[in-house]
Write a protein that binds this ligand. Sequence first.
Ligand SMILES: Nc1ncnc2c1ncn2[C@@H]1O[C@H](COP(=O)(O)OP(=O)(O)O)[C@@H](O)[C@H]1O
Ligand SMILES: [Mg+2]
Length: 352
Amino acid sequence: MSTLELNKLRKAFGAVANPVVAVNDLSFTVADGEFLCILGPSGCGKSTALRMIAGFEEPTSGDVLIDGQSIVAIPPNKRPTAMVFQKYTLWPHMKVYDNIAFGLRLRHLPKAEIEKEVREALELVHLGDYGDRYPAQLSGGEQQRVAIARALVLKPKILLLDEPFSNLDALLRVRLREELRTIQRNLKITAVFVTHDQEEALSLADRIAVMRKGELQQLDKPASIYATPQNLFVADFIGAMNMFEGKLSGRSIQLGDLALPAPAGAASGEVKVALRPEDVAVTDAAGAWAGTVTQMSDLGHYRKVFVRTPQLGSLKLYLPKSVEVTEGGPLHFKPTRYLVFQGQDKPAEIHL
Ligand SMILES: Nc1ncnc2c1ncn2[C@@H]1O[C@H](COP(=O)(O)OP(=O)(O)O)[C@@H](O)[C@H]1O
Ligand SMILES: [Mg+2]
Protein backbone atom coordinates (compact mmCIF):
# COMPACT_ATOMS: atom_id res chain seq x y z
CA MET A 1 0.00 0.00 0.00
CA SER A 2 1.60 3.26 -1.11
CA THR A 3 -0.04 6.55 -1.81
CA LEU A 4 1.60 9.81 -2.79
CA GLU A 5 0.25 13.20 -1.88
CA LEU A 6 1.45 16.61 -3.01
CA ASN A 7 0.18 19.41 -0.83
CA LYS A 8 0.52 22.96 -2.18
CA LEU A 9 3.94 22.10 -3.48
CA ARG A 10 5.81 25.15 -4.75
CA LYS A 11 9.25 25.81 -6.20
CA ALA A 12 10.60 29.24 -7.02
CA PHE A 13 14.07 29.58 -8.54
CA GLY A 14 16.21 32.71 -8.60
CA ALA A 15 16.01 35.96 -6.66
CA VAL A 16 13.26 36.33 -4.09
CA ALA A 17 12.35 39.68 -5.65
CA ASN A 18 12.04 38.25 -9.15
CA PRO A 19 11.53 34.50 -8.90
CA VAL A 20 10.89 31.95 -11.64
CA VAL A 21 7.96 29.99 -10.23
CA ALA A 22 8.51 26.54 -11.74
CA VAL A 23 5.80 24.82 -9.69
CA ASN A 24 2.95 26.72 -8.09
CA ASP A 25 0.79 25.26 -5.33
CA LEU A 26 0.58 21.84 -6.92
CA SER A 27 -1.75 19.50 -5.04
CA PHE A 28 -2.90 16.03 -5.94
CA THR A 29 -3.02 12.50 -4.59
CA VAL A 30 -1.86 9.38 -6.40
CA ALA A 31 -3.69 6.26 -5.25
CA ASP A 32 -2.07 2.96 -4.34
CA GLY A 33 -1.04 1.14 -7.51
CA GLU A 34 -2.09 4.02 -9.72
CA PHE A 35 -0.18 5.08 -12.83
CA LEU A 36 -0.35 8.86 -12.99
CA CYS A 37 1.05 10.87 -15.90
CA ILE A 38 2.07 14.49 -15.51
CA LEU A 39 1.56 16.01 -18.96
CA GLY A 40 2.36 19.50 -20.17
CA PRO A 41 4.47 21.52 -22.60
CA SER A 42 8.19 21.90 -22.17
CA GLY A 43 9.09 24.20 -19.27
CA CYS A 44 5.77 23.84 -17.42
CA GLY A 45 7.42 22.42 -14.29
CA LYS A 46 6.99 18.66 -14.73
CA SER A 47 10.58 17.72 -13.97
CA THR A 48 10.82 20.15 -11.08
CA ALA A 49 7.71 18.59 -9.53
CA LEU A 50 9.12 15.08 -9.96
CA ARG A 51 12.52 16.12 -8.61
CA MET A 52 10.88 17.48 -5.47
CA ILE A 53 9.17 14.12 -4.94
CA ALA A 54 12.50 12.34 -5.41
CA GLY A 55 14.34 14.81 -3.17
CA PHE A 56 16.72 16.24 -5.77
CA GLU A 57 15.09 19.62 -5.42
CA GLU A 58 13.99 21.26 -2.19
CA PRO A 59 10.47 22.73 -2.19
CA THR A 60 10.13 26.45 -1.53
CA SER A 61 6.96 25.53 0.35
CA GLY A 62 4.40 22.79 0.54
CA ASP A 63 4.68 19.14 1.37
CA VAL A 64 5.17 15.69 -0.16
CA LEU A 65 3.68 12.75 1.70
CA ILE A 66 4.07 9.04 1.11
CA ASP A 67 1.55 6.87 2.93
CA GLY A 68 0.58 9.93 4.91
CA GLN A 69 4.11 10.70 6.16
CA SER A 70 5.94 13.85 5.07
CA ILE A 71 9.20 12.99 3.30
CA VAL A 72 10.59 16.45 2.54
CA ALA A 73 13.14 16.24 5.37
CA ILE A 74 14.46 12.88 4.14
CA PRO A 75 17.51 12.91 1.78
CA PRO A 76 16.91 11.45 -1.70
CA ASN A 77 18.86 8.22 -1.13
CA LYS A 78 16.79 7.45 1.96
CA ARG A 79 13.42 8.11 0.35
CA PRO A 80 11.21 5.20 -0.69
CA THR A 81 11.33 6.44 -4.29
CA ALA A 82 13.35 5.50 -7.36
CA MET A 83 13.72 7.53 -10.50
CA VAL A 84 14.30 6.75 -14.17
CA PHE A 85 15.60 9.67 -16.25
CA GLN A 86 15.40 10.55 -19.93
CA LYS A 87 19.14 10.35 -20.45
CA TYR A 88 20.65 6.93 -19.93
CA THR A 89 22.32 7.22 -16.58
CA LEU A 90 24.02 3.85 -16.27
CA TRP A 91 27.57 3.73 -14.95
CA PRO A 92 29.64 3.03 -18.08
CA HIS A 93 32.45 1.20 -16.29
CA MET A 94 30.06 -1.25 -14.60
CA LYS A 95 28.48 -4.29 -16.16
CA VAL A 96 24.67 -4.41 -16.39
CA TYR A 97 24.58 -6.79 -13.43
CA ASP A 98 26.65 -4.46 -11.26
CA ASN A 99 24.66 -1.41 -12.32
CA ILE A 100 21.51 -3.10 -11.01
CA ALA A 101 23.19 -4.59 -7.94
CA PHE A 102 24.75 -1.28 -6.89
CA GLY A 103 21.83 0.02 -4.81
CA LEU A 104 21.35 -3.34 -3.10
CA ARG A 105 25.05 -3.52 -2.17
CA LEU A 106 24.73 -0.10 -0.58
CA ARG A 107 21.98 -1.60 1.53
CA HIS A 108 24.33 -4.43 2.55
CA LEU A 109 22.01 -7.20 1.41
CA PRO A 110 23.48 -10.73 1.50
CA LYS A 111 25.17 -11.71 -1.76
CA ALA A 112 22.76 -14.54 -2.55
CA GLU A 113 19.78 -12.26 -2.10
CA ILE A 114 21.33 -9.59 -4.32
CA GLU A 115 21.92 -12.21 -7.00
CA LYS A 116 18.31 -13.38 -6.82
CA GLU A 117 16.89 -9.85 -6.96
CA VAL A 118 19.11 -8.77 -9.86
CA ARG A 119 18.27 -11.91 -11.87
CA GLU A 120 14.56 -11.34 -11.30
CA ALA A 121 14.83 -7.68 -12.31
CA LEU A 122 16.72 -8.62 -15.49
CA GLU A 123 14.03 -11.17 -16.39
CA LEU A 124 11.33 -8.59 -15.74
CA VAL A 125 12.77 -6.27 -18.40
CA HIS A 126 13.56 -9.14 -20.81
CA LEU A 127 17.33 -8.83 -20.44
CA GLY A 128 18.00 -12.15 -18.73
CA ASP A 129 21.22 -12.78 -20.68
CA TYR A 130 22.61 -9.27 -20.60
CA GLY A 131 24.12 -9.18 -17.10
CA ASP A 132 27.72 -9.39 -18.32
CA ARG A 133 27.51 -6.64 -20.89
CA TYR A 134 28.68 -3.06 -20.47
CA PRO A 135 26.21 -0.21 -21.13
CA ALA A 136 28.12 0.77 -24.31
CA GLN A 137 27.28 -2.70 -25.69
CA LEU A 138 23.52 -2.02 -25.40
CA SER A 139 21.08 -0.15 -27.60
CA GLY A 140 19.28 2.89 -26.22
CA GLY A 141 16.16 0.85 -25.53
CA GLU A 142 18.13 -1.83 -23.71
CA GLN A 143 19.87 0.79 -21.60
CA GLN A 144 16.52 2.21 -20.54
CA ARG A 145 15.34 -1.29 -19.66
CA VAL A 146 18.37 -1.61 -17.40
CA ALA A 147 17.58 1.77 -15.85
CA ILE A 148 14.06 0.54 -15.11
CA ALA A 149 15.41 -2.70 -13.62
CA ARG A 150 17.83 -0.70 -11.49
CA ALA A 151 14.94 1.37 -10.15
CA LEU A 152 12.59 -1.58 -9.56
CA VAL A 153 15.17 -3.68 -7.74
CA LEU A 154 15.14 -1.12 -4.94
CA LYS A 155 11.46 -1.98 -4.39
CA PRO A 156 10.47 1.67 -4.16
CA LYS A 157 7.05 2.63 -2.84
CA ILE A 158 6.80 5.18 -5.62
CA LEU A 159 8.38 4.77 -9.06
CA LEU A 160 9.21 8.08 -10.76
CA LEU A 161 9.94 8.35 -14.48
CA ASP A 162 10.94 11.57 -16.26
CA GLU A 163 10.37 11.22 -20.02
CA PRO A 164 12.21 7.87 -19.95
CA PHE A 165 11.51 6.98 -23.57
CA SER A 166 11.83 10.37 -25.26
CA ASN A 167 15.25 9.58 -26.74
CA LEU A 168 14.02 6.40 -28.44
CA ASP A 169 12.53 6.02 -31.89
CA ALA A 170 8.75 5.91 -32.21
CA LEU A 171 8.26 2.14 -32.51
CA LEU A 172 10.56 1.30 -29.63
CA ARG A 173 8.96 4.02 -27.52
CA VAL A 174 5.56 2.39 -27.92
CA ARG A 175 6.91 -1.08 -27.18
CA LEU A 176 8.79 -0.03 -24.06
CA ARG A 177 5.89 1.89 -22.63
CA GLU A 178 3.63 -1.13 -23.08
CA GLU A 179 6.21 -3.30 -21.34
CA LEU A 180 6.54 -0.77 -18.53
CA ARG A 181 2.78 -0.67 -18.05
CA THR A 182 2.59 -4.46 -17.87
CA ILE A 183 5.37 -4.59 -15.28
CA GLN A 184 3.77 -1.77 -13.27
CA ARG A 185 0.39 -3.53 -13.31
CA ASN A 186 1.89 -6.85 -12.26
CA LEU A 187 3.91 -5.32 -9.43
CA LYS A 188 1.00 -3.01 -8.50
CA ILE A 189 3.53 -0.28 -7.90
CA THR A 190 2.44 3.35 -7.63
CA ALA A 191 4.02 5.32 -10.47
CA VAL A 192 4.35 8.92 -11.63
CA PHE A 193 5.38 9.29 -15.26
CA VAL A 194 6.29 12.67 -16.72
CA THR A 195 5.84 13.32 -20.42
CA HIS A 196 5.18 16.15 -22.89
CA ASP A 197 3.72 13.58 -25.31
CA GLN A 198 -0.06 13.52 -25.08
CA GLU A 199 -0.38 10.25 -26.96
CA GLU A 200 1.97 8.63 -24.46
CA ALA A 201 -0.03 10.02 -21.54
CA LEU A 202 -3.40 9.09 -23.02
CA SER A 203 -2.31 5.53 -23.70
CA LEU A 204 -0.48 4.89 -20.42
CA ALA A 205 -2.19 6.72 -17.61
CA ASP A 206 -4.87 5.74 -15.16
CA ARG A 207 -5.17 9.49 -14.67
CA ILE A 208 -3.45 12.47 -16.25
CA ALA A 209 -2.41 15.66 -14.45
CA VAL A 210 -2.22 18.38 -17.10
CA MET A 211 0.13 21.20 -16.13
CA ARG A 212 0.74 24.64 -17.57
CA LYS A 213 3.17 27.26 -16.27
CA GLY A 214 3.68 25.43 -13.00
CA GLU A 215 -0.01 24.98 -12.29
CA LEU A 216 -2.37 22.03 -12.42
CA GLN A 217 -5.01 22.52 -15.12
CA GLN A 218 -6.97 19.30 -14.84
CA LEU A 219 -6.60 15.91 -13.23
CA ASP A 220 -8.77 13.22 -14.72
CA LYS A 221 -8.98 9.92 -16.52
CA PRO A 222 -7.67 10.07 -20.09
CA ALA A 223 -11.15 9.66 -21.56
CA SER A 224 -12.54 12.51 -19.44
CA ILE A 225 -9.62 14.81 -20.24
CA TYR A 226 -10.28 14.15 -23.91
CA ALA A 227 -14.08 14.37 -23.80
CA THR A 228 -14.50 17.26 -21.39
CA PRO A 229 -11.42 19.45 -21.10
CA GLN A 230 -12.12 21.92 -18.31
CA ASN A 231 -10.47 24.97 -19.84
CA LEU A 232 -9.33 26.28 -23.21
CA PHE A 233 -5.70 25.34 -22.63
CA VAL A 234 -6.54 21.67 -22.05
CA ALA A 235 -9.02 21.72 -24.95
CA ASP A 236 -6.35 23.01 -27.28
CA PHE A 237 -3.44 20.98 -25.89
CA ILE A 238 -5.01 17.50 -25.84
CA GLY A 239 -6.04 15.95 -29.12
CA ALA A 240 -7.09 17.75 -32.27
CA MET A 241 -9.77 20.40 -31.80
CA ASN A 242 -11.59 22.85 -34.07
CA MET A 243 -12.01 26.17 -32.25
CA PHE A 244 -14.48 28.85 -33.30
CA GLU A 245 -15.22 32.29 -31.90
CA GLY A 246 -18.91 32.98 -31.60
CA LYS A 247 -21.53 35.32 -30.17
CA LEU A 248 -24.10 33.90 -27.83
CA SER A 249 -27.43 35.62 -27.65
CA GLY A 250 -30.65 34.11 -26.43
CA ARG A 251 -30.81 30.46 -27.36
CA SER A 252 -28.26 30.40 -30.13
CA ILE A 253 -24.61 30.92 -30.84
CA GLN A 254 -23.79 32.75 -34.07
CA LEU A 255 -20.68 31.67 -35.91
CA GLY A 256 -20.75 34.07 -38.82
CA ASP A 257 -24.05 33.20 -40.47
CA LEU A 258 -24.01 29.67 -39.04
CA ALA A 259 -25.85 28.96 -35.83
CA LEU A 260 -25.62 26.38 -33.06
CA PRO A 261 -27.89 25.91 -30.06
CA ALA A 262 -26.60 27.69 -26.95
CA PRO A 263 -26.38 26.07 -23.51
CA ALA A 264 -29.54 26.57 -21.46
CA GLY A 265 -29.45 29.64 -19.27
CA ALA A 266 -26.13 30.96 -20.58
CA ALA A 267 -25.46 34.70 -20.49
CA SER A 268 -25.09 36.61 -23.75
CA GLY A 269 -21.59 37.46 -24.93
CA GLU A 270 -18.48 36.15 -26.62
CA VAL A 271 -17.93 32.39 -26.51
CA LYS A 272 -15.50 29.86 -27.90
CA VAL A 273 -16.90 26.68 -29.41
CA ALA A 274 -14.69 23.58 -29.42
CA LEU A 275 -15.50 20.76 -31.80
CA ARG A 276 -13.60 17.46 -31.92
CA PRO A 277 -12.92 16.26 -35.50
CA GLU A 278 -14.98 13.10 -34.93
CA ASP A 279 -18.00 14.87 -33.44
CA VAL A 280 -19.77 15.54 -36.74
CA ALA A 281 -22.27 13.68 -38.88
CA VAL A 282 -22.26 13.87 -42.65
CA THR A 283 -25.80 14.83 -43.68
CA ASP A 284 -27.76 16.74 -46.31
CA ALA A 285 -30.44 17.70 -43.80
CA ALA A 286 -31.64 21.28 -43.64
CA GLY A 287 -29.24 23.53 -41.77
CA ALA A 288 -26.21 21.35 -42.50
CA TRP A 289 -22.91 23.18 -42.87
CA ALA A 290 -21.45 23.20 -46.37
CA GLY A 291 -17.82 23.16 -47.38
CA THR A 292 -15.30 21.94 -49.91
CA VAL A 293 -12.94 19.08 -49.23
CA THR A 294 -9.40 20.42 -49.65
CA GLN A 295 -7.42 17.43 -48.45
CA MET A 296 -8.05 13.90 -47.28
CA SER A 297 -6.01 10.97 -46.09
CA ASP A 298 -6.87 7.44 -45.05
CA LEU A 299 -5.57 6.66 -41.58
CA GLY A 300 -6.22 2.99 -41.00
CA HIS A 301 -9.78 2.67 -39.78
CA TYR A 302 -10.86 6.27 -40.35
CA ARG A 303 -10.39 9.14 -42.76
CA LYS A 304 -8.92 12.55 -42.00
CA VAL A 305 -10.57 15.27 -44.04
CA PHE A 306 -9.89 18.99 -44.26
CA VAL A 307 -12.95 20.91 -45.32
CA ARG A 308 -13.03 24.62 -46.12
CA THR A 309 -16.16 26.52 -45.17
CA PRO A 310 -16.84 30.15 -46.13
CA GLN A 311 -17.77 31.07 -42.53
CA LEU A 312 -15.22 29.21 -40.40
CA GLY A 313 -12.27 28.59 -42.67
CA SER A 314 -10.68 25.15 -42.59
CA LEU A 315 -11.97 22.40 -40.30
CA LYS A 316 -10.33 19.08 -39.56
CA LEU A 317 -12.77 16.14 -39.49
CA TYR A 318 -12.39 12.44 -38.79
CA LEU A 319 -14.98 10.52 -40.78
CA PRO A 320 -15.77 6.82 -41.08
CA LYS A 321 -14.50 5.28 -44.29
CA SER A 322 -18.05 4.38 -45.27
CA VAL A 323 -18.67 8.08 -46.00
CA GLU A 324 -17.90 8.92 -49.60
CA VAL A 325 -15.69 11.94 -49.94
CA THR A 326 -13.71 13.30 -52.89
CA GLU A 327 -10.97 15.88 -52.84
CA GLY A 328 -12.29 19.11 -54.32
CA GLY A 329 -15.87 17.91 -53.87
CA PRO A 330 -18.60 19.27 -51.58
CA LEU A 331 -19.28 18.07 -48.05
CA HIS A 332 -22.36 18.71 -45.91
CA PHE A 333 -22.17 17.98 -42.21
CA LYS A 334 -23.47 18.94 -38.81
CA PRO A 335 -21.81 19.01 -35.39
CA THR A 336 -23.18 16.28 -33.11
CA ARG A 337 -21.38 17.35 -29.95
CA TYR A 338 -19.42 20.44 -28.91
CA LEU A 339 -18.19 22.38 -25.92
CA VAL A 340 -18.99 26.02 -25.24
CA PHE A 341 -16.44 28.04 -23.28
CA GLN A 342 -17.42 31.34 -21.78
CA GLY A 343 -14.90 33.38 -19.78
CA GLN A 344 -13.11 31.26 -17.19
CA ASP A 345 -16.13 29.03 -16.55
CA LYS A 346 -16.09 25.30 -17.10
CA PRO A 347 -17.49 24.55 -20.54
CA ALA A 348 -21.04 23.46 -21.28
CA GLU A 349 -21.30 20.24 -23.24
CA ILE A 350 -23.96 20.11 -25.93
CA HIS A 351 -25.17 16.98 -27.70
CA LEU A 352 -27.37 17.34 -30.77
N1 LIG B 1 17.78 24.97 -11.51
C1 LIG B 1 16.98 25.87 -12.08
N2 LIG B 1 17.24 27.19 -11.96
C2 LIG B 1 16.43 28.12 -12.52
N3 LIG B 1 15.33 27.83 -13.23
C3 LIG B 1 15.02 26.53 -13.38
C4 LIG B 1 15.82 25.49 -12.82
N4 LIG B 1 15.26 24.30 -13.14
C5 LIG B 1 14.15 24.58 -13.86
N5 LIG B 1 14.00 25.92 -14.00
C6 LIG B 1 12.91 26.61 -14.70
O1 LIG B 1 11.70 26.14 -14.18
C7 LIG B 1 10.72 25.96 -15.21
C8 LIG B 1 10.24 24.54 -15.24
O2 LIG B 1 11.28 23.67 -15.65
P1 LIG B 1 11.11 22.08 -15.73
O3 LIG B 1 10.54 21.61 -14.45
O4 LIG B 1 12.40 21.52 -16.16
O5 LIG B 1 10.02 21.95 -16.88
P2 LIG B 1 9.59 20.67 -17.75
O6 LIG B 1 10.18 19.45 -17.13
O7 LIG B 1 8.09 20.70 -17.70
O8 LIG B 1 10.09 20.93 -19.14
C9 LIG B 1 11.41 26.42 -16.49
O9 LIG B 1 11.09 27.76 -16.74
C10 LIG B 1 12.87 26.26 -16.17
O10 LIG B 1 13.65 27.14 -16.94
MG1 LIG C 1 11.49 18.05 -17.98
